[in-house]
Design a protein around this ligand. Structure first.
Ligand code: NAD
Length: 319
């Protein structure tokens, strides 16, 4: 059971800047803060192709006096500068990123723009802002960068799980762009003294995840009576982290982590893709039974190029 000291959080922070807050994890983070603490949230998102994102703004609407949305691409530096002046943030949580591995294979350039150049822009603006803060506010300020375990590459069955000292070895354009952004964040800490925190988490799941990710994709295809595609032989392994547990970790680290630190965040739940799929089908067979099992809809499709075999996280440092 994790106890978050919300009182202390509200004492330290009045204005929180979140990027990518219309995405799956960022929106869950915003909702938690708005529900638990009476502080202001400013959300920057480029609002892209996913129409249903608008519903996230509706989700926050009852907190309209403490929530403000800025439709900005973090690639647009001048606009970022205006927002920083406007909101005067006490802390930044940077979730914004192009996040889908398959799309990074088809169209890597937007991943470079958003994940690398966008992070660079935010770091530059954060540093300008940080330098203007009073000494007291500087003590609490932090640029928290939400990253992925995929920066560490792929494990075999016999390999030890990733930890904070694992070698970077990204293998997809997505993970390479996230790795580059991690290095930028670290360098802004060491070179310019910007207070930073990097978290590298495993696969998140939970409410309101977009349908292109594995778990919602399986559920939607199953109930819509469509084929359920599984890459390769389905034996690739992921560690699954419930999104609310991830948010607990972020809030805990906000209060406890040292500047310049980096933490791996995992769910200690390694499981093959086909097993996840079978578990979901079994559940649906119980909840919405039909003539044949949902498993009969599973089809194996050509594997993703460079598909990482296994991710696993050693959570000792954060535990
Ligand atoms: P998501 O795709 O659901 O949300 C990302 C949000 O960022 C979207 O709303 C998108 O519009 C916004 N965005 C992208 N590029 C932008 C830009 N240039 N300017 C402004 N906004 C932009 O992703 P998510 O699953 O919520 O992931 C959030 C963060 O967590 C990402 O940085 C991702 O790399 C990291 N992460 C996610 C997982 C996971 O399992 N979902 C695992 C590890 C790490």
């Amino acid at each position: 059971m994790i106890n978050i000291d919300y009182k202390l959080l509200s004492k330290k922070y009045k204005n929180i800047l979140v990027t990518g807050g219309l995405g799956f994890i960022g929106s869950a983070f915003i909702l938690r803060i708005l529900e638990k603490i009476s502080i202001n949230i400013f959300n920057i998102d480029k609002l892209d192709f996913k129409d249903n994102k608008f519903s996230f703004n509706n989700l926050f609407s009852k907190f309209h006096n403490r929530y403000k949305f800025f439709k900005i691409n973090i690639h647009e530096k001048e606009k970022l500068r205006d927002v920083f002046k406007d909101i005067d943030p006490d802390i930044i949580f940077h979730f914004a990123a192009e996040s889908h591995v398959d799309r990074s294979i088809d169209n890597p350039s937007v991943f470079i723009e958003s994940n690398i150049c966008g992070t660079f822009n935010l770091l530059e603006e954060s540093l300008i802002h940080f330098k203007k803060l009073t000494l007291n506010r500087r003590k609490n300020f932090r640029f928290t960068h939400i990253s992925t375990d995929e920066v560490y590459g792929s494990l075999n069955m016999e390999d030890d799980p990733f930890n904070e000292n694992s070698k970077y070895s990204p293998r997809s354009p997505y993970s390479a762009s996230k790795a580059a952004s991690d290095h930028l964040v670290n360098s802004w800490f060491h070179t310019y003294g910007l207070p930073t925190l990097i978290t590298n988490c495993s696969n998140n799941f939970g409410p309101r995840q977009f349908p292109d990710k594995l778990i919602p994709n399986i559920i939607l295809n199953a109930i819509e009576n469509k084929p359920i595609p599984i890459y390769g032989n389905g034996l690739n392994i992921r560690d699954w982290l419930y999104v609310e547990d991830h948010i607990n970790a972020l809030l805990l680290l906000t209060l406890k982590a040292e500047d310049g630190s980096q933490y791996c965040v995992g769910g200690n739940k390694e499981i093959t893709n086909i097993k996840i799929c079978n578990m979901i089908c079994n559940l649906l067979d119980e909840i919405i039974p039909k003539d044949s099992s949902y498993k009969s809809q599973i089809i194996y499709v050509n594997d993703r190029p460079g598909h990482d075999f296994r991710y696993s996280i050693d959570t000792n440092l954060i535990s």
